[in-house]
Each structure stands twice: as structure tokens, then as C-alpha cells.
Design a protein around this ligand. Structure first.
Ligand SMILES: NC(=O)c1ccc[n+]([C@@H]2O[C@H](COP(=O)([O-])OP(=O)(O)OC[C@H]3O[C@@H](n4cnc5c(N)ncnc54)[C@H](O)[C@@H]3O)[C@@H](O)[C@H]2O)c1
Ligand SMILES: [Zn+2]
Ligand SMILES: [Zn+2]
Length: 393
């Protein structure tokens, strides 16, 4: 089959690899019909590169049609339409029963000291072949895939794999009081969707900051108060002015360790060396090379006693955190990979024809698998208005 494979920093290709086969009696094989490219995939071709191997199949946001089922699969049959969560969770262990699927005790990577395995991710998370491919082997066929109805286009459901539950968890963890205020940092797919969900769930004021014009425009069009950090770098001051001088009740950090700088200090220069793009240089000058720039903004901006919800993925162990400031402001901090299945029942009722979250036209690009390398680079460098790409094998 054809699949998007990892070859190095800023280097993904489309290769022919062996078709996946049933390995366990509870496995299913799906034919992939849509598969998202995620901000987390960018980490893999940048700062997380040391944890990847040449030939790894990328991707963790797939949906498709069941083509084969193992002998013990009773809940799904050939032909069913399913979305596959990005965390590989058994659905039956103690952690899964707590709604902590990203900590699944059946797939936890104890040898690495990391949580549940993820599709298409690093050695730290099991190095499991991903879903930017024509076919995907999915374990736990009775409990992991999310069965979705026939009818609407893939765009309606595909974000159940990651974007929707991640943004939903970001908003839940933010604990925004009814009618309260939230600042979203970063308007990539995750931040954009988090802002939409915050509005949907009754936040009174939703602010969001980014540097990319198209991304700011998308949020502005949906009634978010956007702050372009290239023209007005005082995000903290602007949001404070609009919240009686206190700051927002909550801040959602949807930035994480992206191309412009890195908390993995020894790797940061390598990462930035491969980003010659003009926008990235501007971003670096304006928001700084320190990957904690967004987190620092969150700590300063949030009101005293407020909550910071981190959905951006961070790495590195030695970054100093301003603990005195955090203690004094009595900040609550919540974070983690999304527990996909935990939020699915809450989200599904919103994926109706009325489409309150705007999933139907959320993707900016639909491209065939063969064009994945170009799409990756456009997404990474925020060119051609790229916000969300769906690959269609
Ligand atoms: N927790 C989870 O389960 C989970 C799931 C999916 C993605 N993620 C993470 O969420 C983050 C965002 O993902 P995405 O797909 O939206 O990626 P993305 O890279 O498209 O979005 C990041 C956005 O942040 C903006 N940005 C950079 N520095 C900023 C700053 N200092 N202030 C404000 N904005 C800034 C960028 O311009 C960009 O638009 C990534 O770190 C990704 O790994 C986490
Ligand atoms: Zn993702
Ligand atoms: Zn489990």
C-alpha cells in the first residue's frame, strides 16, 4: 500500500510499504478514506525527530471503512464506517474506566516511562504504524473504533479522532465559569476548535491570539476577539483591559513546541535551522525563540485564581517554571493528551446537520496521499492559507 513515511527533519515521503495484517483476533483492518495532518505531526519532523525511525508510517487522525475483522470481533463488521481515536486504548482497564484513555494500562509504554500508545508517533509512544496510509491495522476492534453513520461527508466525523476531543478536553480542563472569559493562545486547528467549543458551551468572552492572518480571520469571522501578536504584542495588557483589569478566568495554550524554538534546548537550534520561511522568522522575532513563550503568556495573562489548560504538547524536563509566580497567583494547571473516548458521547450530538461547530468546512485543504509532502510543508510554514489538511488516500 501507499503510506506517508518519516525520513528525517522536514522530510516525509509517500512510499510503498507492506499492507497491514490482522495480528490479534480482536484487530480490524480499515481502508482509510480521510486522514488529518496534525500540529503534533510537525513535532515529529522537528524536535521529536530523534525518537523516530526512517520508514515510520505517520498519522493519527484517520477514518475509513472496515475491510477485515479478526475472529473475536463482534461489535463491528466489514463495511462499517469508523473513526479511529489517536490514543490506542483498550477500553476495559482501570484507567480507561476512569475516562483516562491516554493512560491506558494495557498499552502504556512502561519500558519508556510513557503513557498509552499512539498511532503514528514516536518510540516513546509505541512506534505504532499510523493512519496516513491506504490501510490501517486497528487493535481492540470491539472497543476502540468509533462507529459513525453513513451519509454526511467524512469531514463531519473525522475530527472525532483528535481535534474535537482535544479541543473539548482543553475547554473542560479550563473550567470556564458560566459566562466567564477565556483566552486561547494559538489558532491552529486545536486552538480554533477550542474557541468554537468555548463559545458553544457558554463562555461569555472568548479571546484568541496568533500571528497568522488567515487563522486570525477564521476566528474573527466566528465572533472571537482576536489579538494579532505581530502588531500588538501586549496580549496580556489587551485581555486585562477587557476583563476589568483582572485577566481571563482561563487560558488555553494550544501552541506547544512548534517549529519556532523548542524547550529541548540542545535540539532547538537544529529545529530552527530548517525554518527559513519569512513568517517563521517574524514569529521568532515577535514571540521569541523560547518555546515557553506561550506558556509564559498564559501564566501572566490568567487572572488570579484562574486556570491554565495546556493542550499544546511540550517536551523536555529541565525548563524552569516560574513557580513563585504561579503559587502567588494561585494558578490551577491541567494538561495532557486528550482522552478521546471520554468526550465522544458529549461531542456526537453536535455533529448534526446544523453543524454548530463548523466541522463541515473546517478543513482548508483536501489532498490525495501523493501530495502529502507538499501539504506537510505548507502546513508547517503556514503557506497557502493552510490550517487543516485532510489527506484522502
Ligand atoms: N493534547 C493533545 O491531545 C493534543 C492533540 C493534538 C494536538 N496537540 C498539540 O496542540 C498544539 C497545536 O496543534 P495544532 O494542530 O493546532 O498545530 P499548529 O501548529 O497548526 O498551531 C499552533 C499555532 O500556534 C501559533 N503560535 C505559535 N507561537 C505562538 C505564541 N507565542 N502565541 C500565540 N500563538 C502562537 C502558531 O502560529 C500556530 O497557528 C500542538 O502542540 C499539538 O502537538 C495536542
Ligand atoms: Zn492530532
Ligand atoms: Zn485501557
Amino acid at each position: 500500500m501507499r503510506a506517508v513515511t518519516w525520513h528525517g527533519r522536514a522530510d516525509v515521503r509517500v512510499d510503498t510499504v507492506p499492507d497491514p495484517v490482522i495480528q490479534e483476533p480482536t484487530d480490524v483492518i480499515i481502508e482509510v478514506t480521510s486522514s488529518g495532518i496534525c500540529g503534533s505531526d510537525l513535532h515529529l519532523i522537528e524536535v521529536m525527530a530523534p525518537f523516530m525511525s526512517v520508514g515510520d508510517v505517520m498519522g493519527h487522525e484517520p477514518m475509513g471503512v472496515i475491510r477485515e475483522v479478526g475472529s473475536e470481533v463482534t461489535e463491528l463488521k466489514v463495511g462499517d464506517r469508523v473513526v479511529v481515536p489517536f490514543n490506542i486504548s483498550c477500553g476495559t482497564c482501570w484507567m480507561c474506566n476512569q475516562g483516562l484513555q491516554s493512560q491506558c494500562e494495557t498499552t502504556q509504554n512502561r519500558d519508556q516511562g510513557f503513557g498509552a500508545s499512539l498511532f503514528g508517533y514516536t518510540k516513546l509512544y509505541g512506534q505504532v504504524p499510523g493512519g496516513q496510509a491506504e490501510y490501517l491495522r486497528v487493535p481492540f476492534g470491539n472497543t476502540l473504533p468509533i462507529k459513525v453513520p453513513e451519509g454526511p461527508a467524512d469531514d463531519r466525523f473525522v475530527y472525532l479522532s483528535d481535534v474535537l476531543p482535544t479541543a473539548w478536553q482543553a475547554v473542560q480542563y479550563a473550567g470556564i465559569p458560566n459566562g466567564g472569559s477565556v483566552l486561547v493562545l494559538g489558532l491552529g486547528p486545536i486552538g480554533d476548535m477550542a474557541a468554537r467549543i468555548a463559545q458553544q458551551l457558554g463562555a461569555g468572552q472568548v479571546f484568541a491570539a496568533d500571528v497568522v492572518p488567515e487563522r486570525l480571520a477564521r476566528a474573527r469571522a466566528r465572533g472571537v476577539t482576536v489579538i494579532d501578536t505581530t502588531e500588538q504584542s501586549d496580549v496580556v495588557g489587551r485581555v486585562r483591559d477587557a476583563t476589568d483589569g483582572r485577566g481571563p478566568d482561563a487560558v488555553i495554550d494550544a501552541v506547544g513546541m512548534e517549529a519556532h524554538g523548542s524547550p529541548l534546548a540542545t535540539l532547538a537550534q537544529k529545529a530552527t535551522a530548517v525554518v527559513p520561511d519569512a513568517i517563521m522568522e517574524k514569529v521568532m522575532q515577535v514571540v521569541g525563540v523560547d518555546r515557553l513563550a506561550a506558556l509564559d503568556t498564559a501564566i501572566e495573562a490568567v487572572r488570579r485564581g484562574g486556570t491554565i489548560s495546556l493542550s499544546g504538547v511540550y517536551g523536555g524536563a529541565t525548563d524552569p517554571m516560574p513557580l513563585m509566580r504561579m503559587f502567588d497567583k494561585q494558578i490551577q494547571l491541567r494538561m495532557g493528551q486528550a482522552n478521546v473516548w471520554r468526550w465522544v458521547p458529549d461531542i456526537l450530538p453536535l455533529l448534526t446537520d446544523a453543524d454548530p461547530l463548523g466541522v463541515d468546512d473546517f478543513a482548508t485543504h483536501h489532498v490525495p496521499l501523493a501530495e502529502a509532502p507538499e501539504a506537510y510543508m505548507n502546513f508547517r510554514e503556514k503557506k497557502e492559507g493552510t490550517v487543516k489538511v485532510l489527506l484522502q488516500p
